[in-house]
Design a protein. Structure first.
Length: 199
């Protein structure tokens, strides 16, 4: 479990113990279940990172909801439900050359409009092969975007760099020279699923 999850896990557990002390077993059980869900939500499972300097891996677990292409590049958007792992991983190996935080709305992350209007944090990651912009997008119940990495940091492919608490969305803007390997509706795994490669 990531450290950001400990307050969400410990608080209901303490409340459950207090309720149990007063023999309020049903209420105690509710808070035990809540603590168990928080431990599950903030889980940090092992991932097997693929090898390659011409691939782009998914930055998050979830479902592909949007694939766009325009003069800026190709975008793949992944929606994370409350049941998905919410840790974000580097889509490519490279250096963070730009960080943009925008304090926006908290509309439902299921909407494509969330990519443009919601609170979000974008990391521009560059290497010798390509530049990818990875954007963490808060959803309607998201409390906070967490980014452990900063401007100038070097990331390895699939390296953990942050998380978004509760329902959220992650967008990847890639060069037009990549071939998209996923389709709308596909389930992807952060750090493992190859979503594009240089063509």
């Amino acid at each position: 479990m990531v450290k950001e999850g400990f307050p969400f896990f410990i608080t209901p557990l303490i409340i459950a113990l207090i309720l149990g002390f007063f023999h309020l077993w049903i209420l105690a059980a509710v808070f035990v279940l809540l603590a168990a869900f928080m431990a599950y939500f903030f889980r940090d499972p092992h991932r097997t990172i693929p090898v390659g300097d011409e691939i782009v891996v998914s930055a998050a677990d979830g479902r592909v909801t949007r694939i766009d292409e325009n003069e800026k590049g190709k975008t793949v958007s992944v929606f994370l439900s409350p049941l998905d792992v919410h840790i974000n991983r580097a889509p490519i190996a490279g250096k963070i050359t730009k960080v943009d935080y925008i304090k926006g709305k908290k509309a439902p992350a299921t909407s494509d409009e969330a990519s443009f209007s919601n609170e979000r944090n974008s990391l521009t990651i560059e290497n010798d092969k390509m530049t990818v912009v990875c954007t963490q997008i808060a959803g309607i119940v998201a409390r906070r975007i967490v980014c452990w990495s900063k401007l100038g940091d070097n990331l390895e492919l699939g390296q953990k760099f942050g998380l978004i608490k509760f329902s959220s969305r992650t967008d990847l803007l890639m060069p037009n020279t990549v071939e998209i390997l996923v389709n709308i509706g596909d389930r992807v795994v952060g750090g493992e699923t190859i979503i594009a490669k240089l063509s």
